[in-house]
Design a protein around this ligand. Structure first.
Ligand code: NAP
Length: 289
């Protein structure tokens, strides 16, 4: 397929945040537009929180189809949106905006991307228990989506920092809206972690511990027992195999990294903008394998 020529009808989608130059999103989305011969182009704009209002008004004025938000502007976007999806409202952060008749509709596809990556890896965690490490942006998105999608119980582990208490407050609302049983414990509480792992179907690392250049770091003690049938997932994708995933391999556990979360959060955004399914097989082969 050929890339559609830019004409007066070409629609703009883009990424706002800072930094953005390293992002794989332009390649992924432009390749998908090309594959389906869709008249769209995806660009990156380096925008910090204090310029978000202006940037968003400019995109609305120019009639852009929508945009993605990355760090550090996801929370600011939740304040600027005219409407929020249920997940974006609960998470308090937006990573995808659709502009519909001049109205900014805020979504969060990070959790959707994670849940799809679990399926892609060949597992079902509906009705099961999850142990989730971290209480930052990505962890919150995963916790909300997993609860909304029918995961039965989630125990989150984080240091006793600001985000710990924020997650605890969210859990009270989320528990009522989803029926999922939720609790948060201190990351250093090894006994509680061991107990939670022994009851869980999946362990998800959504902290940044182990991300390059700190490849040697592991978010849990390396001698903690990992049950053989525990699925171990790390949302980090650089490096591809983190210390935690090495530990999973050593213990004979099935495991996967954050590459497909990245792909499927993009695929969900693509569908929101175009109404069409991203040709993931082709994009996967080109950029994710
Ligand atoms: P964030 O909002 O800054 O949250 C970072 C989390 O990591 C917090 O819970 C933080 O705990 C914890 N953490 C950081 N350093 C720690 C340490 N030394 N010990 C214990 N906990 C520590 O970041 P984020 O946006 O959620 O991203 C988290 C990771 O996910 C990053 O590596 C990012 O690249 C990855 N990610 C992947 C995808 C994907 O598509 N695969 C999408 C989004 C993010 P405190 O509260 O104690 O600071």
């Amino acid at each position: 397929m050929e890339m559609k020529e830019i004409t007066g009808h070409t629609k703009l989608v883009c990424l706002l945040g800072s930094p953005v130059a390293h992002s794989v999103s332009p390649m992924m989305h432009n390749a998908a537009f090309e594959a389906l011969s869709l008249p769209y182009r995806y660009l990156c704009f380096d925008v910090k929180e204090n310029s978000m209002k202006q940037a968003v008004e400019a995109l609305r004025l120019f009639g852009a189809r929508g945009f993605n938000c990355t760090m550090p502007v996801k929370a600011a976007m939740a304040e600027l949106a005219d409407e929020l999806s249920p997940a974006a409202r609960l998470i308090g952060a937006v990573n995808t905006v659709v502009i519909e008749d001049g109205r900014l509709l805020g979504h969060n596809t990070d959790g959707i991307g994670y849940m799809q990556s679990v399926k892609e890896a060949g597992f079902s965690i509906v009705g099961e228990k999850m142990t989730l490490l971290g209480a930052g942006g990505a962890a919150t998105a995963i916790c909300v989506q997993a609860a909304l999608d029918g995961v039965k119980e989630i125990t989150v582990f984080n240091c006793l920092e600001e985000r710990f208490w924020k997650m605890e407050r969210l859990m009270k609302v989320l528990e009522q809206e989803s029926g999922c049983r939720l609790e948060i414990k201190e990351l250093g509480d090894t006994k509680a972690l061991e107990k939670s792992l022994s009851q869980s179907r999946i362990l998800t690392n959504a902290t940044s511990v182990g991300m390059s250049p700190h490849d040697g770091a592991c978010p849990i003690p390396e001698d903690i027992p990992l049950p053989k049938d525990l699925i171990v997932s790390d949302i980090i994708y650089n490096p591809r195999k983190t210390k935690l995933l090495e530990l999973a391999e050593k213990n004979g556990c099935p495991y996967f990294n954050g590459m497909y979360m990245l792909l499927y959060q993009g695929a969900a955004a693509f569908q929101l903008w175009t109404g069409m399914e991203m040709p993931v097989k082709e994009i996967k082969e080109r950029y994710f394998e």
